[in-house]
Design a protein around this ligand. Structure first.
Ligand code: SF4
Length: 332
């Protein structure tokens, strides 16, 4: 059995997934943003405004087995034409979800999303109180986010709340669970901070608690609230160590940045420019981009890791030990 539970992503059991950062623009300036997004309007090389290019490549992606599109940014709902883009994806019969801070949503957008039958929205809420969430995200957005989640649920749009575990909420995880139950969301996904993007400049945000103790608490909460809320975390320590550990990057998982450059994985792209294609969708179609040297080089590295017996996620191996040819310490 192929085990991808150590992976930060979850490609579908059959078929491939693409994580697509369509814009680098955002209305927030979160202290931990992994994409370094800002209010600057993207200009040079930004591909999302080229509708013809986008439509041609969506068709190619679907023909090549992409069954799941996870759209992120920046804030995707700032991108002009986002609703028609989502609609055209859903018309291809694929799964489509969007990561959003939920601040740009309004009744008209939410009504349209319900017509499109978007699979789910991943909404970031990083604390159960305004004074926690607003500190990490800046501004005064908590009440608006909560109001918009309630509206999404009124329109029966599935919501997954994404909650970053950080210094000010690390001992308040159960409160977060209770908020999500009150908001009637489908899932709560806890994530651990990773030192990339703007978080590198804000190390004081890092939790004091040990990762394993937090994971044990999440396991307890998962059991306690199993009839009320789905609770997940993006990387689990309760692995089946006998199963074959499989990094899906470059095969079942891809990442596209706002300029249309491809990488095998979103986190690899943030950590290592050697594995981002020099070419973009503007120069070659998706069917050729997946064969570019940077993608092949990544797959070769995976093969070599496997032959040398190294386990787990190559991003974490490199991030924590400064070498892809080492073990991801999570994997015993
Ligand atoms: S490097 Fe591989 S295992 Fe690690 S997060 Fe990326 S796709 Fe998942």
């Amino acid at each position: 059995m192929q085990d991808t539970s150590f992976c930060l992503f979850t490609p579908p059991p059959k078929g491939k997934k693409i994580v697509w950062e369509i814009t680098s623009q955002c209305n927030m300036l979160c202290k931990h943003c992994c994409a370094n997004a800002s209010s600057r309007v993207p200009r040079n090389g930004f591909i999302f405004s080229d509708k013809k290019l986008i439509n041609q490549n969506i068709q190619k992606m679907v023909a090549l087995g992409i069954k799941e599109f996870y759209i992120s940014g920046g804030e995707p709902f700032l991108a002009k034409g986002i609703l028609s883009f989502l609609k055209s994806l859903k018309e291809k019969g694929v799964k489509v979800s969007v990561a959003t801070n939920a601040c740009c949503l309004n009744k008209t957008i939410i009504r349209n999303l319900s017509k499109i039958k978007i699979d789910f929205l991943h909404v970031s809420v990083d604390g159960h109180l305004p004074e926690i969430h607003n500190v990490l995200r800046g501004g005064n957005f908590f009440d608006k986010v909560v109001k918009n989640i309630r509206m999404l649920r009124r329109y029966k749009i599935p919501v997954r709340v994404g909650c970053m575990i950080w210094r000010n909420n690390e001992n308040l995880l159960e409160e977060m669970v209770k908020l999500c139950i009150n908001l009637r969301v489908r899932n709560l996904r806890f994530s651990w901070l990773i030192k990339v993007g703007r978080f590198k400049d804000n190390p004081q945000l890092y939790p004091k608690r040990k990762w394993l103790s937090v994971m044990d608490e999440i396991k307890r909460l998962k059991k306690k609230y199993r009839n009320k809320l789905g609770i997940t975390t993006h990387r689990v320590p309760w692995l089946n160590s006998n199963s074959f550990q499989f990094c899906p990057g470059g095969d079942r998982l891809f990442f596209l940045n706002p300029k249309g450059q491809l990488s095998s994985c979103s986190w690899i792209a943030k950590n290592d420019p050697n594995f981002i294609t020099g070419k973009s969708l503007k120069e070659v179609g998706f069917e050729n981009l997946i064969k570019e040297k940077e993608i092949l080089k990544f797959k070769k590295m995976l093969e070599e890791r496997k032959n040398k017996g190294f386990k787990g996620c190559p991003f974490f191996a490199q991030h924590l030990n400064y070498s892809y040819y080492s073990d991801d310490k999570l994997i015993k």
